[in-house]
Design a protein around this ligand. Structure first.
Ligand code: ADP
Ligand code: ZN
Length: 638
């Protein structure tokens, strides 16, 4: 954030020795700790190492920020993401905490200043990039300062098996040599049992307390639809999300550009983001996304790492992501503020073919390819589930009835370890729970398709196979005299889309295969023979061709009614003005949830305003008056 106003000048009182509850209320403006935050904070204040696995938006930051304030000295936060660091520091300055960061974006002079302040004990929380803290020079001067704790954010980066491995993280096991008796906290949102073990072992945490929360993101609603007309489906989805911020992921740069342009033509504010854009354009688009309300980012997966915008209300996938891991990480960027959010995916057979080709054509080892293929299969299988989407998602990450994360951690200290397992019959917040998909006996249709593939000598792709089934006299049919096949026209009763859906579901179940070396010809598998011979039958879900909008999202998903909406708009306008004035994004003034509480409770004094969640003393001073005026004016006018 370019010009976050500097609260350092005012030197607010240190919070050393205050109770966590007091700090929660007076500094952050929240009434209660969430879930296990209090326990975690107490453990850290005691001086014990700990491992914290909490989903995105769970509230990890407070877990180290509060103990850093309570314990005497400066808390160090190691974070690999520069944008996130700046964001966090701006947010802390807003609530009156003396925060700073050290990374490659600072000039030599600025770095010197931070070091001076550190030595004078004038900084409560210091964010540092991992490569910086590993420099001998940094360690030297830092070890002369009084350090209260070391928080290692994104701790999964220490695992070589994960997708974000960083060499610099491996050296963080040396920190106790330089900072003896300073507790270390390792935090992450993404950790399979294996990377949890790696975190404890590679960082050499000393009998850490473990706090492992459920991976579930109950406020995110999941919906998956088969692609019929992608743009139409997207537009229909977006009508339920007017005036909201969201991310739309597309597979290719070209698709990103055309989708963004298309949305702009329809009066929405959409910006493209992909690695092919000039760095300054990317930076500007990202800054606008953070700064403005109701902006849509249309992006390749190049976008998102380190995006800490709490009020992203939806994430759309216009194509299949690479795996369930990617899907969960990408959709996880929605609803960090805990308010309702949606994850909507549209996928088609062309995606499956394209992703399979990526894998086949890569020069990786056979083992890697098999691995990638099975990940893709798992994702497809999940797309086609007929029951609740949430449970299989959690199972995949080792949670739920099957799972117990901590059982996998090979470590003796079990007293604090815990897994909140999520057992449910249905979450009632996904498409399959809300509108159970219809299933039908597809044995005969599938047999028709497979025998057609057989008659075509397993040499033709899906489009032609469907033409033959439906009895279409295409050029190709004439060229190959396929009108004479016994399967020509035997599937005229089903539409092209229905046949595609059947083929997709056969692919998912391994009853059909695609040979990407031979022009994506459909081929039979061992299992297809069983189906052809009638040894197995097949229940398939009917094609979910049209996305259904749940009642809840069809109205404004923020729950703003028409009567409220003038006040809502006025509050948001006020927030935008203040944000611009202070050079910070709107959510750093107040979150949506805070504005919503104002809208409902109409606070009319500073005292009442302080009672609103998200309003602490520092923000009350800076922004309180302006919001009170907006509310009073609204009441006068009504
Ligand atoms: P994470 O780092 O785990 O993704 P954050 O620390 O950014 O999550 O917290 C997510 C959001 O929840 C933030 O806006 C934060 O202010 C808010 N939050 C955290 N703890 C509480 C709490 N006890 N009460 C209310 N809001 C909270
Ligand atoms: Zn469900």
């Amino acid at each position: 954030m370019q010009s976050a106003d500097s609260a350092q000048n005012s030197l607010p009182p240190a919070h050393t020795g205050q109770s966590p509850q007091t700090i929660l209320e007076s500094v952050f403006g929240y009434a209660e700790f969430r879930d296990r935050q209090k326990e975690i904070i107490d453990t850290a204040i005691e001086g014990r190492d700990n491992l914290i696995i909490m989903p995105t938006g769970g509230g990890k930051s407070l877990c180290y920020q509060i103990p850093a304030l309570v314990r005497s000295g400066t808390g160090i936060v190691i974070s690999p993401l520069i944008a996130l660091m700046q964001d966090q520091v701006s947010a802390l300055l807003q609530v009156g905490i003396r925060a700073a960061f050290l990374n490659s974006t600072l000039s030599e002079y600025e770095t010197e200043q931070v070091i001076e302040q550190m030595k004078a004990g004038e900084i409560d929380i210091l964010y540092v990039a991992p490569e910086r803290i590993n420099q001998p020079a940094t360690r030297n001067w830092l070890s002369q300062c009084h350090i209260s704790l070391i928080a290692i954010d994104e701790a999964h980066c220490v695992s070589q098996w994960g997708h974000d491995f960083r060499q610099d993280y491996l050296l963080l096991n040396q920190l106790p040599q330089y900072f003896p008796n300073v507790p270390r906290m390792a935090l992450t949102a993404t950790a399979t049992p294996r990377s949890q073990r790696d975190i404890v072992n590679n960082l050499e945490l000393s009998s850490p307390a473990k706090f492992i929360s459920s991976f579930d993101r109950p406020n995110i609603r999941y919906e998956v639809a088969a692609k019929t007309d992608g743009k139409k489906q997207l537009l229909r989805f977006l009508t339920g999300h007017r005036d909201e911020s969201g991310i739309i992921y597309c597979l290719s740069r070209k698709k990103v550009e055309s989708t963004a342009a298309w949305l702009n033509d329809r009066g929405l504010t959409a910006m493209p983001y992909h690695a092919g854009l000039a760095a300054d354009v990317r930076a500007e688009n990202q800054a606008r996304f953070l700064r403005e309300d109701a902006v849509i980012m249309v992006a390749t997966i190049a976008f998102g790492m380190g995006i800490d915008k709490p009020d992203v209300r939806f994430v759309v996938h216009m194509n299949l992501p690479k795996s369930l891991e990617s899907y969960y990480q990408e959709t996880g960027r929605a609803g960090r503020d805990g308010e309702p959010a949606e994850a909507f995916m549209i996928y088609g057979l062309d995606d499956v073919v394209q992703l399979s080709q990526f894998i086949d054509n890569s020069r990786a080892s056979e083992e890697y390819k098999r691995n990638e293929k099975s990940k893709l299969d798992a994702l497809l299988g999940w797309c086609e589930v007929t029951q609740c989407r949430r449970q299989p998602l959690l199972n995949y990450f080792g949670e739920g009835q099957l799972g117990s994360n901590n059982a996998e951690i090979g470590d003796e200290s079990t007293d604090e370890s815990d897994t909140t397992s999520t057992k449910m019959s249905g979450c009632n917040n996904c498409d399959t729970c809300q509108t159970p998909p219809k299933t039908w006996d597809a044995t005969e249709a599938a047999q028709k398709l497979l025998s057609c593939v057989y008659r075509l000598n397993q040499r033709f792709g899906l489009a032609h196979t469907v033409d033959v089934l439906r009895g279409k006299e295409s050029e190709k049919v004439q060229q190959f005299s396929h009108k004479q096949l016994s399967t020509f026209g035997i599937g005229a009763d089903l539409s092209q889309n229905q046949w595609r859906s059947i083929a997709r579901q056969l692919l998912v179940r391994g009853l059909l295969s695609v040979d990407s070396e031979r022009y994506n010809a459909l081929t039979l598998t061992a299992a297809s023979r069983e189906l052809l011979q009638g040894q197995i039958s097949l229940q398939l879900r009917e094609d979910v061709s049209e996305p259904r909008l749940s009642k809840k999202v069809a109205k404004h998903s923020n729950g703003v009614t028409a009567q409220d909406s003038t006040l809502w708009d006025a509050l948001r306008a006020c927030r935008k003005d203040l944000a611009d004035e202070h050079g910070i994004p709107p959510y750093m003034v107040f979150h949506d949830a805070t504005l919503m509480e104002m809208m409902e409770n109409h606070p009319s004094s500073k005292d009442q305003l302080l009672g609103i969640s998200g309003v602490g003393e520092s923000k009350l001073e800076k922004f309180g008056e302006a919001f009170l005026q907006v509310i009073t004016q609204h009441i006068d006018n009504n």
